[in-house]
Design a protein around this ligand. Structure first.
Ligand SMILES: [Zn+2]
Length: 154
């Protein structure tokens, strides 16, 4: 689960609760911040403290997990995945597949809001199936067209 912290400079950042007690760097003012306990109320914003000791911020790992994450587009991926099953729209499924793979990668790296991962994954799988079905349809169609036993009368 992630929650929102606020730097003394006013910048809001989303952090994963695995960061509680660890230090991160503010994306705006580059100040070191200690991530406080997650609030009891999931929607609440917690003020982050500035730790007293001040080693250079270089000593800290990358400010991973901090920053404005891209909003997920799980419903878009899901809709594209479903549209892929409409005959002749298989390429839309391929788009859902590609979006899904890249979005899930971004969610795992912290660039994108991971709350949409489940739905994105469903959309990705539907898109993949739709795209594969489409490829099979195209092959069958071409095979039929090229077949000497087709309606062309050979
Ligand atoms: Zn700041």
């Amino acid at each position: 689960m992630s929650f929102v912290i606020q730097c003394p400079c006013g910048q809001l950042m989303t952090v994963d609760d695995s960061y509680v007690g660890r230090e991160v760097i503010c994306v705006k003012c580059h100040q070191r911040l200690r991530v406080p306990q997650a609030p009891a109320d999931a929607g609440a914003v917690v003020r982050a403290e500035v730790p007293r000791s001040s080693m250079g911020s270089d000593a800290l790992p990358e400010a991973a997990g901090v920053g404005h994450r891209l909003p997920h587009r799980a419903s878009l991926v899901l809709v594209l995945g479903l549209l892929g099953f409409i005959p002749c729209c298989g390429f839309v499924g391929a788009i859902a597949w590609v979006f899904g793979v890249s979005d899930i990668k971004k969610m795992h790296s912290g660039e994108m809001d991971p709350s949409g991962e489940g739905v994105t994954n469903v959309g990705k799988i539907l898109g993949m199936l739709a795209a594969l079905l489409w490829v099979i349809e195209v092959i069958v169609f071409l095979g039929f067209q090229l077949s000497p036993y087709s309606h062309r009368g050979f």
